[in-house]
Design a protein around this ligand. Sequence first.
Ligand code: HEM
Length: 146
Amino acid sequence: MYNMVKILHSYWAYLVLLILVLAVINSIIKLVGKKEYGAKDFRIALFTLIVSHIQLLLGLILYFVSPRFSLFSESGMGEIMKNSVDRLYLVEHPLVNIIAIILITVGYSKHKKKLLSEAKFKTLSIFYTLALILFLSRIPWSTWLA
Ligand code: HEM
């Protein structure tokens, strides 16, 4: 179970980052170019929301089935916070990614309420870019790309 979920979470991460980078580039280019918001822009924003929520679910399952989770009962929070790798996997990575997914969710629902194309693209550019920066800041690059 753990290995299967970890592989799924690891590969799904590529899709999350790919679609989020596409959404950010699309909204910034169309904001700067003063383009009209259309069905394709809506689909990109919605697909980003769906894909990141699926990754959240996979991450939550992984969090509780990972052997690392037993460190909470074995070593306690103090020891986990002292160890940069355990702190990343058990605290920073989940927390920062959950904040990023909240930003995507808020950004998506706010952009839908906007009437003007410029306001829609501005909202997506701000919230989705912040989420992308947060994702990239707490990816376990050394193990992921190994
Ligand atoms: C949507 C944003 C997320 C992305 C892009 C992401 C990406 C990744 C990547 C690339 C890895 C490394 C996989 C490997 O070593 O091959 C990883 C591991 C992990 N992620 Fe996420 N993750 C996300 C959200 C979450 C969330 C929300 C949680 C928990 C609530 C979570 C929990 C974990 C755990 C526990 C591991 C380590 C598994 C282990 O090695 O034991 N992730 N994640």
